[in-house]
Design a protein. Structure first.
Length: 147
């Protein structure tokens, strides 16, 4: 399948060609602030499957796990498009709201629920973490990837 998306003004566009994608909702304060909403949506994508057109600017911030996240956004409209870590990781997280058809990407979990807004009701049966998965195996389990 080919998934497409981009920023609000259209200056930054991307395609992702994969069999399927999944997303998760993050309720941490950083995602709340960057989305100007109650949570952020993240869709992990292999960097090699992500084709970007247009230029992005980068703002970097520390993470709770001690790493650095590079936050890529459109220099014209300011829309956050994706995040990348450092250290040669093969994955990026595309911001869910930037996809043209977000409804085609199933939500598989909620993370950082200890910081969720009190008026958010989480779906029963959907996995959730008080903070976030602590190991690669937990992340793979969250995302339904083979170990």
């Amino acid at each position: 399948m080919i998934f497409t998306g981009g920023c609000q003004c259209g200056a930054v566009r991307y395609t992702v060609e994969v069999d399927a994608l999944v997303g998760y909702a993050c309720h941490c304060r950083e995602c709340q602030k960057q989305s100007a909403s109650a949570f952020g949506m993240s869709v992990p994508v292999r960097e090699e499957d992500f084709v970007l057109t247009g230029e992005t600017l980068v703002w970097s911030r520390p993470t709770d796990s001690g790493g650095i996240t590079d936050c890529h956004f459109c220099p014209k409209c300011g829309s956050r498009v994706f995040h990348s870590g450092r250290g040669g990781r093969a994955w990026i997280t595309v911001k869910g709201g930037s996809f043209d058809e977000l409804g085609a990407i199933p939500l598989v979990a909620n993370i950082w629920v200890k910081r969720k807004a009190s008026w958010i009701d989480l779906p029963e049966g959907l996995p959730q973490w008080e903070t976030q998965p602590q190991s690669l195996e937990e992340w793979k389990d969250l995302l339904g990837w083979a170990a």
